[in-house]
Design a protein around this ligand. Structure first.
Ligand code: FES
Length: 85
C-alpha cells in the first residue's frame, strides 16, 4: 500500500506535491493526501489525461471546500512536466 509518506523521494517532493504547493492547490490534511495519491495513480496509467478524465479520476475525493479548478490545473501542470513537455 502506497501512502502520502512514500510519495516523495527523500527530501525531493514528487512533481505533483511540488506543483500543488507552487500553484496553491492544497486543501485540508484529509483531502490533499487522497488527491495526490489518486492523481499519481492516474498519471501512471494515463500521462496525458484531459481535464474531464482528471475530474472523473478524482471524483472519489469529496471536498466541500473547493471547486477543484486549481487542483485540476495543478495535475495538468505536473503531468506536462512529467512528460517533459
Ligand atoms: Fe478537505 Fe475540503 S479541504 S474537506
Amino acid at each position: 500500500v502506497e501512502t502520502i509518506e512514500g510519495m516523495a523521494d527523500g527530501d525531493s517532493l514528487h512533481p505533483l506535491q511540488r506543483v500543488f504547493i507552487e500553484e496553491a492547490a492544497l486543501q485540508c490534511g484529509i483531502c490533499t493526501p487522497g488527491i495526490l495519491i489518486a492523481a499519481k495513480s492516474l498519471l501512471e496509467k494515463n500521462p496525458n489525461p484531459t481535464d474531464t478524465e482528471v475530474r472523473y479520476w478524482l471524483a472519489g475525493n469529496l471536498c466541500r471546500c473547493t471547486g477543484y479548478d486549481k487542483i485540476i490545473k495543478a495535475v495538468q501542470t505536473a503531468a506536462a512536466e512529467m512528460r517533459g513537455a
